[in-house]
Write a protein that binds this ligand. Structure first.
Ligand code: 3PG
Length: 400
């Protein structure tokens, strides 16, 4: 169901679950991409005369208030982006939330305090989650699920509340699902996936699945050292998941059997320690010195990755190629971003998935419109590609 299926919204209170989990430095938002991505739904509801109550989480507080995880700076930023004041409730379902909810005029928008300040939000106990979902539902007349980044979470505001109110999927969730569906259902080929980030153990499911759908898999980031080790190379003091080496060896064999090309870096930037001013040099990927750690893919690998992407018609990218937040180690990530930009301008579909990768491309000076789509979901987009059932989506199918 879409927002239109909720009927006339004038004067009705609509609870919107957005993903406003943005990176903060103190109370300064360093990347407001997720807030911007939430605007179309909020504006549509407000334009239809609804009284809009936005709920979201920030970080991973443990079921009790913590000042550093307050959504107040996010509410302020949302107001700036909407160009009008946004009310803020200092709790999620308590007195402040109830007052704010009842004080909203038609078309006005309010943000509730962090959902995860309440133990019921993330509880594994269905009754506890249900009780919190009841309290959330009591604030509103309808519910819109728009936090794509959390649809893989079976949590009160994502899952349980959808059965307690007339419910619909918001515009962001619909856009994200439409794009990701194009990757899983008959993608235009060649179809390449670039994976980076720290841990291979976070990506096992998706790699498993991609070995059946992608033509090429390019690997960089911290996880690549487990691949290099699986090929029999020493990796010095680089990140390594020893317990995954066997699994990765299995993937390499499977890829060879199934004709999926796995592209690994041929050179890496190796530093004496994990810091921007550490001594660093470019070394061959199979000759990392024992006292150094890989912190980025090297320049030859950047060129190789760009070449392997150049003729692709579909590219999905999740995870930086190196420690891009430190300028000397950002080149690999930049090279991949630039390669995607070229695929986009040649008419191919490029999708950047995940909070980290999205923040990386923006921080490196790329604009959102240089890519086909920048997904707001990290774990959610990976689980989608993995073919897993996402509770925040299936609950809507079931209730429909
Ligand atoms: C994310 O940052 O990927 C989403 O906001 C989900 O956050 P979580 O992993 O803490 O559930």
């Amino acid at each position: 169901k879409t927002i239109a299926d909720l009927g006339d919204l004038r004067g009705r209170r609509v609870l919107v679950r957005s993903d406003l989990n943005v990176p903060l430095d103190g109370d300064r938002i360093t990347d407001d991409g997720r807030i911007r991505a939430s605007l179309p739904t909020i504006e549509q509801l407000s334009g239809a005369g609804a009284r809009v109550l936005v709920c979201a989480h920030l970080g991973r507080p443990k079921g009790a208030p913590e000042e550093r995880y307050s959504l107040r700076p996010v509410a302020t930023r949302l107001g700036e982006l909407l160009g009008r004041p946004v009310a803020f409730a200092t709790d999620t379902v308590g007195e402040s939330a109830q007052q704010v909810a009842s004080g909203l005029a038609e078309g006005e928008v309010a943000v509730l305090e962090n959902l995860r300040f309440n133990p019921g939000e993330t509880s594994k106990d269905e009754a506890e989650r249900g009780a919190f979902a009841d309290q959330l539902a009591a604030l509103a007349d309808a519910y819109v699920s728009d936090g794509f980044g959390v649809v893989h979470r079976k949590q009160a505001s994502v899952y349980d509340v959808a059965t307690r109110l007339p419910a619909a999927l918001g515009r962001l969730v619909q856009t994200e699902v439409d794009v990701l569906r194009r990757l899983t259902e008959d993608p235009e080929r060649p179809y390449a996936v670039v994976l980076g980030g720290a841990k291979v153990s976070d990506k096992l499911g998706v790699i498993d699945n991609l070995l059946g759908t992608a033509d090429r898999l390019l690997i960089g980031g911290g996880m690549v050292f487990t691949f290099l080790k699986a090929q029999g190379h020493e990796v010095g003091t680089s990140l390594l998941e020893q317990d995954q080496v066997e699994t990765v060896r299995g993937y390499l064999d499977q890829a060879e059997r199934d004709g999926v090309e796995i592209v690994l870096p041929t050179d890496v930037v190796a530093a004496t320690e994990f810091s921007a001013d550490a001594d660093h040099e470019v070394v061959a990927a199979d000759a990392i010195p024992a006292d150094r750690m890989g912190v980025d893919i090297g320049p030859d690998s950047g060129r190789l990755f760009a070449e392997k992407l150049a003729d692709c018609r579909t590219v999905f990218w999740n995870g930086p190629m190196g420690a891009f937040e430190m300028a000397p180690y950002a080149d690999g990530t930049k090279a991949v971003a630039q390669a995607l930009v070229e695929v986009t301008s040649g008419g191919g579909l490029t999708v950047v998935g995940g909070g980290d990768s999205a923040a990386a491309v923006r921080q490196l000076g790329f604009a959102d419109d240089q890519f086909g789509h920048i997904s707001t979901g990290g774990g959610a987009s990976l689980e989608y590609l993995e073919g897993k059932e996402l509770p925040g989506l299936t609950i809507h199918e079931e209730s429909a």
